[in-house]
Design a protein around this ligand. Structure first.
Ligand SMILES: Nc1ncnc2c1ncn2[C@@H]1O[C@H](COP(=O)(O)OP(=O)(O)OP(=O)(O)O)[C@@H](O)[C@H]1O
Ligand SMILES: [Mg+2]
Length: 511
């Protein structure tokens, strides 16, 4: 009977010290199946996948591949058995080309010379083409977009003959267009009889792209069903274990005076290209301004400029009536600007440090947190405990390095720190990235409360649903400039999409 399953996990337990991340999990998937794995932040999804790919070993339980007991003791073992995993943080060497990264680790690859590499390159291009995964094979990784890098990772697994492909939150780093392309690729894999396991918190994607769905909660696999047997609402309830609140109706907008006034600034990106060009934007008190756009059109530089991480070259920025200091993180914090950055582990959290230290980064100078230059450790611990509880950060303890938190719980921690400073302006880039449906709702509520209390939010996101749902005013950024603007009432997906693509919108249609 078991031979019908390409993968079968039996009674899997995984413990990290006292934390039981997987608790007697039974999981099965078939060839030619796209299997979505859902669950709250910290439910144990990544842990489960990491055991299939040999990153972790189960504390107990068995893994069978194609009906046979599999001994997976390392990523190498799993690769040999036809398992390939694409992690959220890619594992590519930045200075090598895409093709070199793909063959990397093959026996004595490079000294075989140019002819060998040429043949390999053709092989790689053929695989990429077959599965609809275009990327420049000969360019170094650092010159590739995030979406392209992900394709390199996927082709790497296919090149090594994977028949089970595991993707951990693959779409959280993709633009909506790239995500659609990825799902087409997954259909190709399915047609070839491969098994695809993926996690995502976007229930729409699950309903559109998967065949079978398994739901985890608190380390247990609680449900497994055909897609046709469920719907978005039921899935949300299964994951969270309760009915979610109704979506919010917004109070009438009463914007106050101008809080942020950016006029005609130029900003350059790391590679020297101009990213913001004669850029102008303003945010009033008591409003949420959404900036929609395809990644790479200046959003990152905009957020960095406002939070002191990047300098601007000409023009002026007024904040709360005063000149904002150019390129000073401390000045931005003191002025009342908070920041949820795009990449939480790169510019938000220090992975090897514990929760208290990470929470203190922004406020250690305040009199509540330190006295005569010394941190008030006892008080800070109970303060941190309070925040962890309030924001439902699931952790094994305040001293555990934050890199051991699940992805969504890292995001919750970062958001807690930023909103806790009671900023005048929150610059929030993909603030709900990696959050489950319940936590997403919580973040939305807090942002709306900021706005209702007369504070302001600059929401930078590629998730159009989120932008439209939350923003009082929507701006569209394209090629370093704001090319379109509309109010909540005028918001129209299609129109935003056209602005995002850099198309001229007929003013009459735009109304
Ligand atoms: N290396 C580790 N050391 C200690 N605890 C860990 C480690 N990795 C994971 N955990 C714990 O195991 C639990 C499950 O984490 P996991 O990353 O599997 O969750 P997840 O379902 O992937 O969540 P998310 O949706 O937020 O990504 C969490 O409580 C986490 O803190
Ligand atoms: Mg995870």
């Amino acid at each position: 009977m078991h031979e019908t399953y390409s993968v079968e996990m039996r009674q899997i337990v995984k413990q990290f010290g006292s934390v039981v991340a997987n608790d007697l999990v039974d999981f099965r998937a078939k060839p030619g199946q796209i299997h979505a794995l859902l669950g709250e932040n910290g439910a144990g999804k990544s842990t489960m996948m990491c055991m299939l790919s040999g990153v972790y070993r189960p504390t107990s339980g068995d893994i069978l591949l194609h009906g046979e007991l599999a001994r997976i003791r390392s990523p190498k073992d799993s690769m040999k058995l036809g398992v390939g995993m694409v992690f959220q943080n890619f594992r590519l060497v930045q200075t090598l080309t895409a093709a070199e990264n793909i063959v990397l680790g093959e026996k004595s690859s490079f000294w075989r010379g140019a002819k060998w590499m040429n043949d390999k390159q053709q092989e790689i291009e053929a695989i990429a083409k077959h599965f609809g995964l275009a990327f420049p094979v000969n360019r170094p990784i650092w010159q590739l977009s995030v979406g392209e890098q992900q394709r390199v990772e996927i082709v790497k697994t296919l090149y090594r003959g994977a028949s089970l492909i595991i993707l951990d939150e693959p779409t959280s780093v993709l633009t909506p267009g790239e995500a659609e392309q990825l799902f087409e690729t997954l259909q190709h894999m399915k047609a070839e009889g491969k098994t695809v396991i993926l996690t995502t918190h976007k229930l729409k994607e699950v309903m559109a792209a998967s065949d079978h769905i398994s739901v985890m909660r608190k380390g247990k696999l609680i449900h497994s069903m055909e897609k046709s047997a469920t719907n978005e609402r039921d899935l949300a309830r299964l994951m969270v274990g309760k009915e979610l609140g109704e979506s919010r109706t917004f109070l009438p907008r009463a914007p106050g005076k101008r809080l942020l006034d950016v006029k005609q600034v130029d900003v350059y990106a790391d590679h020297g290209r101009k990213s913001l060009d004669h850029f102008t934007l303003h945010v009033n008190e008591g409003e949420i301004v959404g900036v929609a756009g395809v990644a790479g059109n200046g959003q990152k530089e905009l957020a960095e400029m406002l939070t002191g991480l990047r300098t601007w070259k000409r023009g002026t920025i007024l904040f709360d009536g005063k000149d904002l200091k150019n390129g000073s993180v401390r000045a931005a914090i003191e002025a009342g600007i908070a920041h949820v950055p795009e990449n939480r582990m790169k510019s938000g959290l220090a992975g090897s440090l514990g929760i208290v230290d990470n929470l203190l980064f922004k406020s250690y100078r305040t009199k509540e947190r330190s006295r005569f230059g010394f941190l008030r450790m006892g008080m800070n611990r109970s303060w941190a405990e309070g925040l962890v509880e309030q924001f439902d950060v699931r952790t094994s303890g305040l001293d555990a390095p934050v890199q051991q938190l699940s992805g969504g719980n890292q995001q919750k921690l970062l958001f807690a720190r930023e909103i806790h400073q009671e900023p005048l302006l929150m610059v929030a880039v993909h603030p709900t990235q990696g959050l489950d449906v319940g936590a997403t709702e919580g973040v939305h509520r807090l942002l709306a409360e900021m706005r209702d209390g007369g504070k302001s939010v600059l929401l930078i996101s590629e998730d159009l649903d989120e932008v439209i749902q939350l923003s009082d005013r929507i701006l569209v950024i394209y090629n370093g400039q704001i090319v379109g603007e509309m109010s909540r009432e005028q918001a129209d997906r299609e129109k935003i999409g056209m602005y995002m693509a850099g198309l001229q919108v007929d003013e009459e249609v735009a109304g």
